[in-house]
Ligand binder design. Sequence first.
Ligand code: F6R
Length: 369
Amino acid sequence: EKGGYDSFMEKEINDQPQAVADTLLGRSDADGRLTLDELRVSPEELKSINKIMVLACGTSAYAGQVAKYAIEHWCRIPVEVELSHEFRYRDPIVDSNTLIVAISQSGETMDTLMAVRYAKEQGAKVLAICNTNGSTIPREADAVLYTHAGPEIAVASTKAFLAQITATYLLGLYLAQIRGNKFQGEIKDILADLAKVPAKIQQVLDSAEDIKELGKLMADTSSVLFLGRHVGFPVAMEGALKLKELAYIHAEGFAAGELKHGPIALIEEGQPVFVVVPSPRGRDSLHAKVVSNIQEIRARGAKTIVIAEEGDDAVKAYAEHIFYVPETPTLLAPLLTTVPLQIFACVLATAKGYDVDQPRNLAKSVTVE
Ligand code: F6R
């Protein structure tokens, strides 16, 4: 049942091209129009929303953070992302024009379920993005968009994360379509780019030998930092979370721009730092800024481990290790840049002799608040 792999986690990491492909399957027509009829909420209702709030926990909340960048850019609707367990205790501003997007792999996370109930009481519409058919959160939601990642057995979420991100892209594009945003023509192109992602994830998986080697070499590390910017920021947070929960190593993710506001004080000789570098083809200067961050930490002795886009030669001079992922539009990049970080955590934890499928103190679905 582990499909020839040593762990479910390894299998699920390798299932990711399929998970993304299956989540895209049957959700658009040949003309590049999204057909999310399954949502159970009418286009009219979706047209009237003026704010989106994503509620989720853990890895699912990082998928929500990626969604914020994409949906705000494509739809020009403000998107807030909040941890479910914080939301309900702070008198949040939600009403019937708010669309709540509850993201949950299991559909049973109590914190998220309670947040959904609270939001419904305030009159908000709730759309669930969920991987488990018929579970509680989609049953109580007004609308549901299932991720088709297949059952996720390993406690640490991997393929469900990529499928969640994919589903939020579909939602964003659908909202742009029904709201008549001016970039209609681009939707088709973005869908075409998304359709190419599964094969690109496969390329990352097929070229993972070096990152696996590094994971084994670093088994004795006591602290690892992760930096990212724009959509690379939630990816950095996710990379840190995977390492904490699987390898029990102190790990922290930061927004690269925040470095000089404090975290750079942590950098000393030999400190490993992963940096998720934005595409050099991006419209703005983000790439140059992150490259200069790498320079700064390298000058202070950091061991820099860089995830960058193929062809990005500018990072080479400052990277002790560099792992390339195929070219893709910036907003879609998390579907690729996350994968080496998952593999790194999985291999490192395995090298330490830990059970990656059942990390200590954790449960697959957290059904208590
Ligand atoms: C991390 C992980 C957890 C879950 C979180 C939410 O690898 O598995 O952080 O993402 O407990 O779970 P769901 O998505 O089932 O609501």
